[in-house]
Design a protein around this ligand. Sequence first.
Ligand code: HEM
Length: 402
Amino acid sequence: MSRTTAPDSRSFPLQRQCPFAPPPEYERLRAEEPVSKARLPTGGTAWLVTRYEDVRTVLSSPVFSADGTRPGFPALLQGQAQVLQRPPFIRMDPPQHSFYRRMLIQEFTLKRIKTMRPGIQATVNGLLDDMLATTPPVDLVEAFALPVSSLVICQLLGVPYDDHEFFQSRSKVGVSGESTAEQFATALGELRAYMDGLITRKQQEPGDDLLSKLVTEQLEPAGELRRDELLMMCLMLLNAGHETTANMISLGTVALLEHPDQLAALQENPELLPDTIEELLRYLSIADLVTARIAAEDTELSGTRIRAGEGVIALLAAADWDPGVFPEPERLDVHRGNRHHVAFGYGVHQCLGQNLARVELEIVFSTLFRRIPTLRVAVPVDELPYKHGNLAYGIHALPVTW
Ligand code: HEM
């Protein structure tokens, strides 16, 4: 028999208590109410989905739409509704979604990303040289995690890194659970104006970068992209390209330092690096709240009736800690060897930048702990400023010493 409503809708997002683990309530939900109603901070409700198989169903079945323009699409952040009116392709369904994604896919293949390795390694080396030349404590987010990810995506896109303070501060507003609708609108307006100016510059003087390529090959009248579409696409790439990876770098560093046996295993056997990255991605599942969808038709999931037009949030951290798929999920285990996590999502919207993110994380973690073997967090880990309620979980600042 199917349930149609949950008895009481809880407010959402739920808070993490251990900085690494998903909110403890996920475990109970997965066992007792795998599809349960929650109140969203922007008003309205959505179904929370917590079982691994259900999360994969939501992310891969056309019954669950990613179309942000559908009335009632679940928004977690104040002001997000404005973006959803004319969203970038992460919030579109095929065939519209495939049209835009196809334009970019060549730039993110494993082969293409491999060619970026020497450049990324040089960036990481340079930032660590600068950091080691200062007196600790140093904020690892500001001195290392954010610059690595920003420099890499800026280079790929053709965005001047000198503007990083401008776009990082505005992007921060755009992913924060604490921003008001007005702050969100102002930040978005400024980012749009900035990107619009950059597109004009690339039209006048194209370079050897992705934005120039899109401007010269895809922008109308010769190409198929309208200016506002190109603009939103590039803002999404800039934002997705630096926020998430920076969060993984800072939080991943703390996770490894807090598990010295796992870090030692990695240092003794560097071949464990790819598995370590996968395990950190699973364990931290920082994009837990990103995967919102809306039911396109009436359906049923784990015995619960979901009606057309109802919002659904496929909780990635809940799926990645499902003990049926990842035994003892609370153990960070660099030997786990299970790469079937959903930290990059699943289905047609699976992260376009995952090859790039993996390469950045591999270079970062292998170089950071080799260059600074005595690295440690300078304050109690419980007192670090965690990004609760943000679309991508992470740490605002990470004082480290050595
Ligand atoms: C999509 C996570 C890094 C670009 C996604 C999705 C997740 C995710 C979960 C799926 C969203 C959904 O289904 O609604 C992450 C994590 C990262 C990361 C955890 C870092 C560790 C990057 C990087 C880029 C990027 C470096 C580079 C540009 C994108 C894009 C999409 C996406 C463009 C939309 C894909 C589509 O809709 O087809 N990411 N991401 N991401 N990500 Fe990432």
